[in-house]
Design a protein around this ligand. Structure first.
Ligand code: ANZ
Length: 922
């Protein structure tokens, strides 16, 4: 082959890999294992763009490298196939989402295969496949059949809880349960009806139904997440959103809050990612203090992290949703309070928290009594207090808390300093800690000691107790949607009943339209003849997108197992994921839920690890480079970029695929925009130059680059190397094709080490010289270190240097090239396979071993010194590391190059920094 014909080579080897199942992997206890996972894609209709494979290429390089290093590598791929876009499309077209999903998946697979990934496709999973979601439903049932025992700090079977109830009620129990769980004796338990017992157990189960306040949008017929609601209206469509109580399935993730925190210590994730999870979980230590309502038996409990500020409390506030508001409101205040509550309740929590400008609230007319100093203070309602956090009651300290301060200023409530140095009345909250003042028995103490003192006193007097709070809430698990896993439950007299394992999967039924029913039931309400035993109504909501992705990392180990979620033997061999690569958008959703389910499956003995992903890396985003043309307003005329200021123009996007090196392909443009067919083009230097801007890659900006097109032009190996060459993996960077030619040329140059211009093989069996071995071994070490550090971009440049140097040495030696091809194979696997066989090897290169480097070739014996004269580098000279300084000085000064700059004058000073530089001052 005269030229590097990537089309033929890539097709050939992709076929070979597929037919011979080269990347198929099984448990092999004679080898160490390595599990490399990508966050699996949602197969959208648009297909892959060049940004998507960035992480996949990196993980493929690691997988291929680890195989060469003797590891048994699990590197699977699959599809997160349930989800909204397919359902929206179904609503518009009537097409079953399964059909679009299947089409999209086959397109994705084709695109992935074109890039030459070493996936074991026999391990593929698709979350929407009944063989898969059977096990998602099975995990749901295990959660339903479990409770969290805080004494043993793990999930246990619900039967054990029942036998505890029978023996001693729940009085000595430490369990994760609903806040409102009453305490009962064994006798009381036995006296409960079956229904009552079931309702009691729901307060403990790890998945349970509950009436929760949600954002309900009647127009869209669904519940919206907080971030989909803006000022009481849906972000999409702008329809009114109500806060409504609805029956939802919930996941008791809060039971795992502490372990989700402590587990972070064990994993190799970035600090910023860990911090995001810690903030999300939001553990805070504080105490609960009881404020008795004046002239009433009601006691309001406030959660505070700052009991030391108790003498600074000048009012107490309730969340607008607080149940006792109407009872606590006096007749005079009734109308005002009711009006306020009505408005405040419909603002989402996120809006309420984010909004620091508007201060709103209302006085109830009642007073409460400070449990420590007995003072009477007014009771207010304010929407900055959230119903779902702490107790929904805040003891307000305007001198120490910003929100309380703004509120007090606005409503003219007193502000009392309790920390020394907080005498700036404009903003006393500036100083948060220090010596206590105006606080009776606390005066003079440091606030940290005061916290302890108030806690102790409150506990002794029975008006408070220490309390740990979490910001994280139990997760809503129900979606009023069609294209998701059915929840394997049915209802008998209002009591939820689980299906038996043998009855799984509960298949998604066919329906006529993918919309809610006219009465507002979820789409599954449309299914006809869909009842448990033809009698009982199934749960009509489906599972959220995160259900299937919370455990897929285990299913890959054993995707065809019909009897178990994953076989014990296989799982204990593969353990968990050694390297997980994916986007940052999953920092708190997917990555918390999958940790939660992993810990749960571990507790119940189905798996042997309690963290899913040992090391995690977030790849950066590849941004698009959009191009613009400039149309003269009101005319069919386009002006080139640098002339645009001379006219009144509008910038318009142009498809980046018809712009080359910044120049517009005018003919292609006329076809792309038929209305420009007769347009006039004002050129500069005979070309139409386009403007450009770096933006998110998206269809609407016409800046999407399809990997298929790049592969057609340059080949997959060039695409792979180029994506790595763009910059460090974790950084975001624009897709800029300017450098792609360089990578392509590099591969052709590599080819030239094997074939001459006439297509003749020029390999020989000569022994490698010292110089050649030095280049080779330096590159082996670099390639190895770089992959271990996930620094792929730097390796690409060292391969380039290596090939350049071997070219100038005219090295065509098998001994050298054999090893070069091996270290290059993780990056450019197709050309590497081809050259590997040209070198006379049989089988796939992926079955060979990564070469080892010899330290002796890495020792530097000489250093090339830059020689600077009066601060400017004027020459370079090489000296052995053992040459003494005075000798270097003599030779440097005598050299012709230096003489030219010193003009024979004796230098004022010569400074020699060993192994660095020679400085001459004349
Ligand atoms: C008095 C106080 C003084 C407070 C002070 C803070 C600073 P973290 O740390 O996030 O847990 N709080 C309690 N329940 C609340 C609710 N439902 N909605 C809004 N705010 C609430 O925050 C705990 C602090 O947030 C608590 O401590 C309480 O105000 C407030 F200088 O009590 B603090």
């Amino acid at each position: 082959m005269a030229e590097y014909d990537f089309r033929q080579i890539e097709k050939k080897w992709q076929k070979y890999w597929k037919e011979n199942k080269i990347y198929k992997v099984e448990v092999d206890t004679s080898k160490p294992k390595y599990y490399v996972l990508d966050m699996f894609p949602y197969p959208s209709g648009a297909g892959l763009h060049v940004g998507h494979p960035l992480g996949y290429i990196a993980s493929d390089i690691v997988s291929r490298y680890k195989r060469l290093k003797g590891y048994n590598v699990l590197h699977p791929m699959g599809f997160d196939a349930f989800g909204l876009p397919a359902e929206q499309y179904a609503i518009q077209t009537g097409q079953h989402p399964a059909i679009t999903t299947e089409q999209n998946i086959s397109r994705y697979k084709e695109q992935l295969d074109n890039i030459g990934f070493s996936f074991d496709w026999d391990k593929e999973v698709q979350t929407s496949n009944p063989n898969y979601y059977k096990w998602t439903q099975w995990i749901f049932l295990q959660l339903f059949h479990s409770w969290y025992n805080k004494a043993t700090d793990k999930a246990e079977p619900i039967e054990e809880l029942i036998s505890l109830f029978e023996k001693e009620g729940n009085q000595n129990l430490e369990a994760a349960c609903d806040e409102d769980t009453p305490s009962f004796t064994a006798e009381a338990w036995k006296a409960m009806s079956e229904d009552e017992q079931q309702h009691m157990l729901l307060k403990y189960r790890l998945t349970y139904v509950s009436d929760t306040v949600v954002n309900w949008c009647p127009e869209l017929g669904t519940v919206l997440a907080n971030d989909e609601v803006k000022d009481g209206y849906s972000e999409r469509g702008g329809f009114p959103v109500e806060r409504r109580k609805m029956r939802q399935w919930m996941m008791r993730i809060t039971a795992y809050a502490d372990r989700l925190l402590s587990g972070l210590e064990k994993v190799d994730w970035s600090d910023s990612l860990k911090e995001m999870q810690r903030n999300w979980i939001g553990k805070s230590y504080g105490c609960e203090l009881d404020f008795k309502v004046k002239d009433s038996d009601i006691v309001l409990t406030a959660f505070t992290t700052r009991p030391d500020t108790i003498y600074g409390v000048t009012y107490v506030t309730l969340a607008p949703e607080h149940e006792l508001i109407s009872q606590l409101t006096t007749d005079e205040q009734k109308a005002e309070v009711e009006a306020y509550v009505e408005v405040a309740k419909n603002r989402s929590e996120r809006d309420r928290m984010a909004d620091v400008k508007t201060v709103s609230g209302v006085f109830t007319g009642s007073y409460v009594i400070n449990p420590i100093n007995g003072e009477e203070i007014p009771l207010w309602v304010a929407d900055y207090v959230l119903a779902g956090y702490g107790t929904g009651v805040v003891m307000a300290v305007p001198s120490s808390d910003d929100r309380d301060f703004r509120f007090a200023k606005h409503f003219n409530l007193p502000i009392r300093m309790v920390i020394e140095g907080t005498d700036n009345m404009e903003d006393p909250t500036e100083k948060k800690h220090g010596k206590m003042i105006n606080s009776d028995f606390l005066n003079g103490m440091e606030s940290t000691d005061a916290i302890k003192a108030v806690n102790e006193r409150a506990e002794k007097e029975g008006v408070g107790k220490p309390k740990v709070n979490y910001r994280m809430r139990d997760a809503v698990f129900s979606r009023q949607r069609y294209w998701g896993e059915p929840v394997p439950m049915y209802f008998k007299d209002g009591v939820p009943q689980p299906l038996n394992t043998e009855e799984l999967p509960l298949n998604l039924p066919a329906i006529d339209e993918y919309k809610p029913t006219p009465t507002g039931e979820p789409p599954l309400g449309r299914a006809t003849d869909w009842k448990y035993n033809n009698q009982y109504e199934y749960e009509l909501t489906t599972m959220p997108g995160w259900a299937g992705s919370s455990w897929y990392h285990f299913r890959y180990m054993d995707p065809h197992n019909e009897d178990e979620v994953v076989s014990k033997t296989k799982q204990s061999y593969w353990e968990n994921v050694d390297l997980y690569i994916g986007g940052t958008e999953h920092a708190t959703g997917h990555l918390l839920y999958s940790r939660f389910w992993t810990k749960f499956l571990y507790d119940r003995g189905y798996i042997t690890v309690d963290e899913p992903y040992k090391k995690l890396v977030n790849q950066g985003m590849i941004q698009g480079v959009s191009n613009f043309v400039y149309r003269v307003s009101g005319e069919n005329k386009y002006v080139s970029y640098n002339l645009r200021k001379e006219y009144k123009t509008t910038a318009m996007y142009v498809d980046v695929n018809i712009v080359h090196d910044g120049k517009l392909d005018i003919e292609a443009f006329k076809q792309w925009r038929p209305d420009a067919a007769d347009a006039e083009f004002v050129l500069e230097d005979n070309a139409y130059l386009c403007g450009s801007e770096v933006e998110k890659m998206s269809k609407s900006k016409f800046n999407v680059v399809n990997p298929d097109d790049v592969i057609k032009q340059y080949g997959a190996d060039t695409l792979r190397m180029y994506e790595m060459f763009l910059g460090p993996l974790e950084q975001s960077k624009p897709w800029n094709t300017n450098g792609i030619d360089g990578v392509y040329k590099f591969l052709r140059k590599l080819w030239r080490l094997f074939y001459n211009d006439n297509g003749e093989l020029v390999l020989n069996n000569e022994k490698a010289t010292e110089a050649e071995l030095k280049i080779l071994h330096k590159t082996i070490k670099k390639a190895q270190d770089d992959i271990e550090n996930l620094s792929f971009n730097t390796s690409v440049s060292s391969f380039m240097i290596c090939v350049n140097e071997l070219t100038s040495l005219k090295c065509h030696k098998k001994e050298v090239l054999q090893e070069l091809v091996l270290i290059l194979s993780p990056y450019a696997p197709h050309i590497a396979e081809e050259l590997w066989s040209v070198l006379g090897n049989t089988g796939s290169i992926s079955q060979a071993s990564f070469p080892t480097y010899d330290e002796k070739y890495l020792i530097e014996e000489a250093h090339e010194y830059p020689i600077s004269v009066n601060g400017k580098v004027r020459a370079k000279m090489k000296f052995g590391l053992d040459v003494p300084k005075d000798e270097i000085e003599k030779e440097v000064l005598a050299s012709e190059q230096v003489q030219k700059w010193t003009q024979g004058k004796a230098p004022k000073r010569v400074i020699i920094v060993p192994k660095k530089i020679v400085n001459i001052v004349v």
